[in-house]
Design a protein around this ligand. Structure first.
Ligand code: F6P
Length: 568
């Protein structure tokens, strides 16, 4: 018997389980023929259209999901989040990333203190600093302007900023502001990533931004020490003050590392790593590249969705509907994965970012009160921009496993191309696919249709598409900084809604700790074996064998080497 506190013990959960049976006889081909149903499954807000008519759901399903939301106290939980309640109970923290994009005069409190003025103090500092760097008022140790930025960070201190940077790169306004500048991201502790990032850069004209909430993450700190060596070996140790700045909640460790606290940009423990792109984590590197005004528009777009999320009734609330439908797909229809398919190359880093936001948030095995869950939470998120994905994994989506898909389209291309004599312009060609794929999945193709087309008999089973494969479509008016902010916030809140319904803590991440501590044990062993020739001890047969092979094959690695940096 599941605990009465769990959502699966409620009547709406039971009703939805039974309701799955009602849907067994329906096919999306038929559901899509009901125009009233389809009309009721479209929601518009601030230029964005969500069409969820291709979900395996009826109007009744949506009603029942809304009842589930009520049973899960969804409204109250959203309210608690916006009001600074410590909903991240295992870390005893509030969850206030919405405060990062609130206007200057907003009031959002954590522990009774309005945090918005602190947020704007940092934003103002970023604005002033980025303008000095961009204008050449802030110069490097040899008097040269700093035109290239390397942001060093991993996980939430990397994926969100990379997504936004990639999305802005071809926006006409943003790209004009970025002329002559480069922004790179060093995330992986793999020295190959160092080599790739440093290629073509010169310490004299580079600024390193070390981004780490904790300032203890092993990968980031080793990469930061590596780039500190890159700067100081070329320009002398005093150059670090001019060429390295930091973003962190841990300012004492920033100072200890050797970065002037005046050049540190703070954020707060109420900002989760994967929800931190709207803090200095994203705003500093992006402002250095694109100027603060562009990034401010990104924050405004996110704020618009925050307002919508916190104040719109549940049945017209885009993140709420998306979250409820994901719960429906995972917990009731049993679909374990979700494909995020933006029809825009500019959104190529969106799925990797949402992978962390979603999977680190909702991949949990116990309830917020620590009870083992009798149902699964989270889904396996993956994705690629269309049309590239169509020539890769769509085969499986069309004829293999059922994977609910998010199709994300953009009305106005950032970079239109027209060719004389072509039937359609290049963006129309892309969008033809965006409009066609959801119907291919929903309707499929029957053997009768194939027979009418005189398809060779033995190929009929191979060319049949069962259809009835759910998807939803999100149409954005354009892909400006503002729209990018909207899209980000929609997905952040959708993930929170899922977690609120499942009754888990979507804001902690204990699951990443075990691997980290085991790596510490291996690191100690590698050091002891290389430096003191100590035997391998304390590992199982498999790891001992692998380590032995690794150490034997690299016995020429010096125990106490001088600093060597990549050389390509
Ligand atoms: O992977 C675990 C994690 O803690 C993420 O949640 C976080 O985004 C990332 O590491 C980086 O952490 P930090 O910003 O403290 O370096």
């Amino acid at each position: 018997m599941a605990s009465p506190a769990l959502i699966c013990s409620t009547q709406p959960w039971e009703d939805l389980k039974a309701h799955v049976e009602d849907l067994k006889g329906t096919h999306l081909r038929d559901l899509m023929g009901d125009a009233d149903r389809c009309r009721s499954m479209m929601v518009e807000f601030d230029g964005i259209l969500l069409d969820y008519s291709r979900q395996r759901a009826t109007v009744d399903t949506v009603d029942q999901l809304l009842k589930l939301a009520e049973a899960a106290s969804l409204k109250e939980k959203i309210h608690h989040m916006f009001n600074g309640k410590r909903i991240n109970s295992t870390e005893n923290r509030s969850v206030l990333h919405v405060a990062l994009r609130a206007p200057r005069d907003a009031v959002i409190c954590s522990d009774g203190k309005n945090v918005v003025p602190d947020v704007w103090d940092v934003l103002d500092k970023i604005k002033a600093f980025s303008e000095r760097v961009r204008s050449g008022a802030w110069v490097g140790a040899t008097g040269k302007a700093l035109k290239d930025v390397i942001a060093v960070g991993i996980g939430g201190s990397f994926l969100g900023p990379l997504f936004v940077h990639t999305a802005l790169q071809t926006d006409p306004v943003a790209s004009e502001h970025a002329r002559g500048r480069q922004l790179r991201f060093l995330a992986n502790v793999d020295p190959i990533d160092v080599a790739r990032n440093l290629t073509g850069l010169c310490p004299e004209t580079s600024l390193v931004v070390v981004v780490s909430k904790t300032f203890t993450t092993a990968e980031t700190m080793l990469n930061a020490r590596t780039l500190r060596e890159w700067i100081s070996s070329a320009l002398g140790p005093d150059a670090v003050a001019k060429h390295m700045v930091a973003v962190s909640t841990n300012l004492p460790l920033v100072e200890k590392f050797g970065i002037d606290p005046k050049n540190a940009f703070a954020f707060w423990d109420w900002v989760g790593g994967r929800y931190s792109v709207c803090s200095a984590v994203g705003v500093l590197p992006l402002s250095l590249q694109y100027g603060f005004s562009v990034v401010e528009n990104f924050l405004k777009g996110a704020y618009s969705i925050d307002q919508h999320f916190s104040s719109t009734s549940l049945e017209k609330n885009i993140p709420v509907l998306l979250g409820l439908l994901s719960v429906w797909n995972v917990s009731f229809l049993g679909y374990p994965a979700r494909a995020i398919l933006p029809y825009s190359q500019a959104l190529e880093k969106f799925a990797p970012h949402i992978q962390q936001v979603s999977m680190e948030s909702n991949g949990k095995g116990v309830s917020i009160d620590g009870e083992p869950l009798p149902y699964v939470t989270g889904e396996i998120d993956f994705g690629e921009p269309g049309t590239n994905g169509q020539h890769s994994f769509y085969q499986l989506i069309h004829q293999g496993r059922v994977i609910p898909c998010d199709f994300i389209g953009v009305v106005k291309s950032q970079q239109p191309v027209y060719l004389k004599g072509e039937i359609v312009n290049n963006h129309d060609e892309l969008m033809s696919n965006f409009f066609a794929q959801p119907d291919a999945l929903a309707y499929g193709k029957t053997s009768e249709q194939l027979q009418k087309e005189n398809v060779q008999q033995n190929l009929v089973p191979h060319k049949t598409f069962t259809g009835n494969r759910p998807s939803l479509s999100i149409l954005l008016p354009a892909l400006t900084a503002y729209n990018i902010g909207q899209l980000l916030a929609i997905y952040e809140h959708r993930v929170a809604v899922q977690g609120f319904i499942w009754g888990i803590n979507s804001f902690d991440q204990w699951g990443v700790e075990l691997g980290k501590s085991l790596a510490t044990q291996v690191r100690k062993q590698l050091h002891a074996s290389r430096v003191k020739r100590e035997p391998i001890e304390g590992f199982n047969y498999s790891t001992t064998t692998l380590l032995t092979k690794y150490l034997e094959a690299t016995s020429d690695v010096p125990a106490d080497p001088p600093s060597i940096l990549p050389n390509i």
